[in-house]
Ligand binder design. Structure first.
Ligand code: ADP
Length: 567
């Protein structure tokens, strides 16, 4: 099938060509002046126009027609060989007067076939370009999805992606960004009247309910209170109820097994099956990031709750400890007065009970002090007095203050120090606290007759060696350090429990640690104090053989830098 226009003033030629093409599968038109040629092209849009080279003012006609048609083939019927060069540039094929009718017919039919093939190719190209454009939209939409954990933004990206790929007239998106209050998002080309808005709300609610068949919908929606957010592109125009005659598509938006919302989209022209695939893809693609966003929000909320709980716990510990300290001081003073005999003679058994009470008061005071220290450190309120100092003085102080306790338990407490160690930049009172805790633990967990040694030496960070579980802490160190080690021959700690010993309130399960008791706060406090010194603490132990607890403090130059960081 093809439409052919024959433009000529020669009657015999018009008759000849009408004889060839004036029947099916052709539609044949003739024009013998410029106006009728232009009119026929305008009305019938022929596939091929055959021009007689004899035609009056042919060049002018060709020029006019070229601007009117893009895909029509121009064929020139040549009478003799005198053709103007200017004319040939408009022409695709030439015929001559001498050609047989069969040849003319086959040339025209070949030309029509080529033209149809070209049209098909151009359609395919257009479809390909459309698909490519859609793929690009899908790609950029999914990139936007991947980059956000904000539910509202994700819904916006979904609507934006649908607009770019489907050019809708209106979308109704019911979104549960916050679980309690759904929002109806209306993205529309034109303004929506109040009546239409009510109809759209009702339709969305019915759509929503239809998703759950006989079951109850997960959330209750009240049409009267449903919140609406409208975005109108061209508010000067207005949609009417004819909108409901538009083509439409509907899809639920899920979060895995849970429901998030639904979307309905309207367009004046019909949606194709490609449109439907694109719509479903985008509505499904948004589901995974929405799920991540929901989880992220839950984690954030849980974290906030945990932070609040942690703060409350610290405040509680701090308040309770303070409240306990005052009566405890009063009890201690009273016990001291009683045992000093200021209230009269106390017999032996009375003295025994008094000293038991004094020991326990002291122990309780130790636990309260630990609790207060820890809550101060965690609240960042611990006072430090950094200065250049000598580690020997710390070791001497702790050794002499604990040697009596060690002796009472039949233990030998000695020190093996490297002489003339460089100075460190530290708070001596806090280091005494750390070392006192380590030596007290060694005394607590070492049986009678054994030896406890306090050692000190200078080491480069690269030379420090610790069990794997402490490697992270050790690897952070660099430069020179004074390392202090408390070695005992006590009950030891199993390898699996080494790290846990530094957890708050941790007491490694064994009969002795239960018997001797303690707060389980000494080592975590020591760890935090050493962190404040830019140092580290770790231990190495063998069950039933003994333990070595180490701590490392940077030598003075590094310490001076630490001061800059801390203050
Ligand atoms: P506390 O000694 O007050 O319970 P710590 O935080 O100082 O608290 O110690 C935590 C736990 O680590 C102890 O209860 C004990 O189980 C274990 N531990 C600490 N030092 C030693 C040691 N030298 N030998 C064996 N176990 C130890």
């Amino acid at each position: 099938m093809g439409k052919i226009l024959f433009v000529s003033n020669r009657l015999e030629k018009i008759q000849q060509y009408a004889g060839i093409f004036g029947k099916k599968p052709y539609e044949f038109f003739t024009a013998s002046d410029e106006n009728s040629a232009l009119e026929t092209v305008d009305i019938n849009n022929p596939d091929i126009i055959i021009f007689d080279s004899d035609f009056n003012n042919l060049k002018h006609l060709l020029k006019n027609l070229k601007s009117m048609t893009t895909s029509t083939s121009f064929i020139l019927l040549v009478k003799d060989e005198k053709i103007e060069y200017d004319i040939t540039k408009y022409i695709n094929v030439f015929l001559t007067d001498e050609m047989s009718e069969t040849l003319i017919s086959s040339i025209i039919s070949a030309n029509l076939k080529t033209k149809h093939s070209l049209e098909q190719l151009s359609d395919t190209n257009k479809n390909l370009a459309d698909s490519l454009y859609r793929l690009n939209v899908l790609y950029s939409t999914s990139s936007q999805f991947a980059g956000s954990l904000d539910k509202e933004k994700l819904v916006d990206y979904m609507i934006e992606g649908l607009d770019k790929s489907l050019s809708f007239d209106l979308t109704c998106t019911l979104a549960f960004c916050t679980e309690k209050e759904p929002v109806l998002l209306l993205n529309s080309l034109y303004e929506i009247s109040d009546e239409l808005l009510s109809a759209l709300k009702l339709r969305t609610v019915l759509n929503y309910k239809s998703l759950f068949e006989d079951k109850n919908p997960p959330f209750e929606i009240d049409i009267d209170t449903l919140k609406v957010v409208k975005t109108v592109k061209y508010p000067a125009n207005r949609f009417t109820f004819t909108l409901f005659q538009y083509d439409n598509m509907f899809a639920p938006i899920s979060l895995g097994d849970n429901f998030f919302g639904c979307i309905e989209i309207f367009k004046e022209t019909p949606f194709t099956s490609d449109d439907a695939t694109c719509f479903q893809t985008i509505a499904q693609q948004v589901s995974l990031p929405l799920k991540s966003a929901t989880l992220y929000q839950e984690i954030k909320e849980t974290n906030l709750k945990l932070e609040k709980l942690e703060r409350l716990k610290s405040e509680f510990i701090s308040i309770v400890s303070h409240e306990l300290r005052t009566p405890l001081t009063a009890i201690k003073n009273s016990l001291d007065i009683l045992s000093g005999g200021k209230c009269g003679e106390i017999n032996d058994s009375g003295q025994k009970f008094l000293s038991m009470a004094q020991r326990n008061v002291q122990r309780l005071a130790g636990i309260i002090n630990d609790l207060l220290d820890l809550s101060k450190i965690e609240a960042g309120k611990m006072d430090y007095h950094f200065a250049n100092m000598d580690i020997h003085s710390v070791i001497d102080y702790v050794k002499s203050s604990l040697s009596v306790v060690a002796k009472e338990k039949g233990l030998n407490l000695i020190s093996e120090e490297t002489p003339d160690l460089p100075e460190i930049y530290a708070d001596s009172q806090r280091l005494e606290q750390v070392l006192t805790n380590l030596v007290s633990n060694a005394i607590k967990f070492t049986p009678e007759g054994k030896t406890i040694i306090i050692r000190s030496h200078l080491a480069d960070a690269s030379q420090l060696n610790a069990p794997d579980c402490f490697k992270n802490d050790i690897n952070k160190l660099s430069g020179k350090y004074i390392v202090v080690c408390v070695e005992d021959q006590g009950i030891g700690i199993a390898e699996k429990d080494l790290l846990r010993a530094f957890d708050k309130f941790a007491q490694i399960e064994n009969s002795l640690s239960r018997k001797v008791g303690g707060s389980g706060l000494g080592l975590p406090i020591a760890k935090q104090l050493l962190q404040a010194h830019n140092g580290a603490i770790w231990c190495d132990s063998e069950l039933n053989k003994g333990s070595r607890f180490y701590f490392a403090i940077p030598v003075s130059t590094v310490g001076a830098e630490a001061e800059k960081i801390l203050f």
